[in-house]
Design a protein around this ligand. Structure first.
Ligand code: THU
Length: 164
C-alpha cells in the first residue's frame, strides 16, 4: 500500500496589476457575458470568455430553463459553441466570472464538475494546456495553467474519444 498526494497549483491575484492586457480583456468580456445570461431561476449569472489561437473571443453564459435540468452552464455553452463552429482552432485561455443580485459573488467562481470534464476533453484533444482565469463580480483572480489541474484522476478513456 502507498498513499498518493495530489498538489494543485494556481496563482492568486488581488487585482489586475500583474495580469497582461489579453487576460484583463478576457476577464472583462466574461463579466459582459455574465450580464447577458438567462438565469431567472437562480439569479446567478455566469459568463465565460474563450480566447482562440487566432485572437477571436467567444462568449457564453448560463442558459436556464423552467424544466431545470434542461439548462446549461456558461462554460459548456461557450465550449460547445466553439466545438460546433470553430472546430480547427485551439483554445488558449478561458475566463469565468459571475454576478448575482441574491448571493455574494465577490470571490473567484470555480467551474462545476461537469464543466471541468467537458473543458478537459477540449484540452486533451488540442494537446495544449488551456489557461483558466476565475473571478467573481470583483475581488481576487485565480489563474491556473491547464484544466487538467482542476480534475485529478479524471475520466479519460482515450479509446472512446478516438472512436477506436
Ligand atoms: N453555473 C454555471 O454557469 N457555471 C458553473 O460552473 C456553475 C454554475 C450556472 C448554472 C446555473 O444556471 C447557475 O449557475 C446556478 O447554479
Amino acid at each position: 500500500m502507498n498513499t498518493q498526494h495530489v498538489a494543485l497549483e494556481y496563482e492568486v491575484h488581488d487585482n489586475f496589476s500583474e495580469l497582461n492586457s489579453k487576460e484583463i480583456e478576457l476577464l472583462k468580456k466574461a463579466l459582459e457575458a455574465a450580464s447577458n445570461a438567462y438565469a431567472p431561476y437562480s439569479q446567478f449569472s455566469v459568463g465565460a470568455a474563450l480566447l482562440l489561437d487566432d485572437g477571436e473571443i467567444i462568449l457564453g453564459n448560463n442558459q436556464e430553463n423552467g424544466a431545470y435540468p434542461s439548462g446549461l452552464c456558461a462554460e459548456r455553452v461557450a465550449f460547445f459553441w466553439k466545438g460546433a463552429n470553430r472546430k480547427e482552432n485551439k483554445i488558449i485561455m478561458v475566463a469565468i466570472r459571475a454576478i448575482s443580485s441574491v448571493v455574494d459573488t465577490a470571490h473567484p467562481i470555480t467551474p462545476c464538475g461537469s464543466c471541468r470534464q467537458v473543458m478537459l476533453e477540449y484540452e486533451l484533444n488540442q494537446a495544449e494546456p488551456i489557461t483558466l482565469l476565475m473571478q467573481g463580480s470583483s475581488g481576487q483572480i485565480y489563474k491556473m495553467k491547464g484544466i487538467k489541474n482542476l480534475l485529478p484522476l479524471y475520466f479519460n478513456e482515450e479509446g472512446l474519444r478516438k472512436g477506436s
